[in-house]
Design a protein around this ligand. Structure first.
Ligand code: ZN
Length: 250
């Protein structure tokens, strides 16, 4: 079983299409939420995500853009984008977003999917001190998470040896992959990174492939037409900062 793990697409159709083109063959898709918000193609990205299937968890932007929560916790730019997205989404796509399940979702025997963390769907897991208690309490070998827009992994062996890691790419050009094999006696928190708005300084779209039979994780970074995505953001009347940051990967 080969699983495509995607997260934080944020209505960026250009990035999503580039990732799907670069992805190797897969059997299932785990989508960790924030399908919409920030980008200019919310309906197209919802429809593409629905067609891909299979396992979904909702993100904070999915909730806000479908009217499930108010915009109180959002910064002004994110709030403007959420309001814009609400107006653009078809009623059917709003219904789909509203019905997305809250994480954690038990996706397969040894795997949970969450947006933020298993404790709190809106929690940011950024540092070792965020990850360690979650790993100590986890009952699954793998928890796939999103929300931070940073491609990374944390793991713990026999409840003691703890490590965090970001993939080591030689540079930030072209399409690159970074793979590692899972140890059977360790527990992992793994973030595929963001497809539509990376924030780790690498503007390339990010996702991962989990080969369950081989216990192999492969991180991917894929260049896409950033200028095209930026143009649509500006033409649609979204805040210009949302276009700028795509090129910065911040
Ligand atoms: Zn997000």
């Amino acid at each position: 079983m080969r699983i495509l793990v995607i997260s934080d697409i944020h209505a960026n159709l250009d990035a999503l299409e580039a990732c799907l083109e670069a992805a190797p063959p897969f059997d299932q898709v785990f989508n960790l939420g924030d399908i919409v918000g920030y980008g200019a193609n919310p309906n197209e990205v919802v429809e593409r995500s629905r067609a891909l299937g299979h396992v979904f968890v909702r993100g904070n932007h999915d909730k806000a853009c479908s009217g499930l929560t108010n915009l109180a916790g959002f910064n002004p730019i994110a709030g403007l984008a959420a309001r814009w997205t609400q107006q653009m989404l078809t009623p059917e796509n709003q219904d789909f977003l509203r019905a997305l399940p809250r994480g954690p979702v038990w996706a397969m025997e040894n795997v949970n999917c969450v947006h933020g963390s298993a404790d709190d769907e809106d929690e940011y897991v950024l540092l070792s001190q965020d990850a360690l208690p979650l790993l100590q309490r986890s009952t699954r070998q793998i928890t796939f998470f999103g929300h931070s827009h940073i491609q990374c992994s944390f793991f713990i062996e026999r409840l003691s040896r703890f490590q965090g890691a970001v993939p080591a790419y030689p540079d930030r050009t072209g399409e690159q992959q970074f793979e590692f094999r899972l140890k059977p006696d360790a527990r992992y928190l793994i973030n595929p990174g963001s497809i539509g708005q990376p924030r780790d300084g690498d503007p390339r779209a990010a996702f991962l492939l989990y080969d369950a039979d081989e216990s192999l994780i492969t991180f991917y970074r894929v260049p896409y037409d950033i200028a095209a995505a930026q143009k649509k953001i500006l033409a649609g009347g979204l805040p210009p900062r949302l276009a700028e940051r795509l090129a910065e990967g911040r």
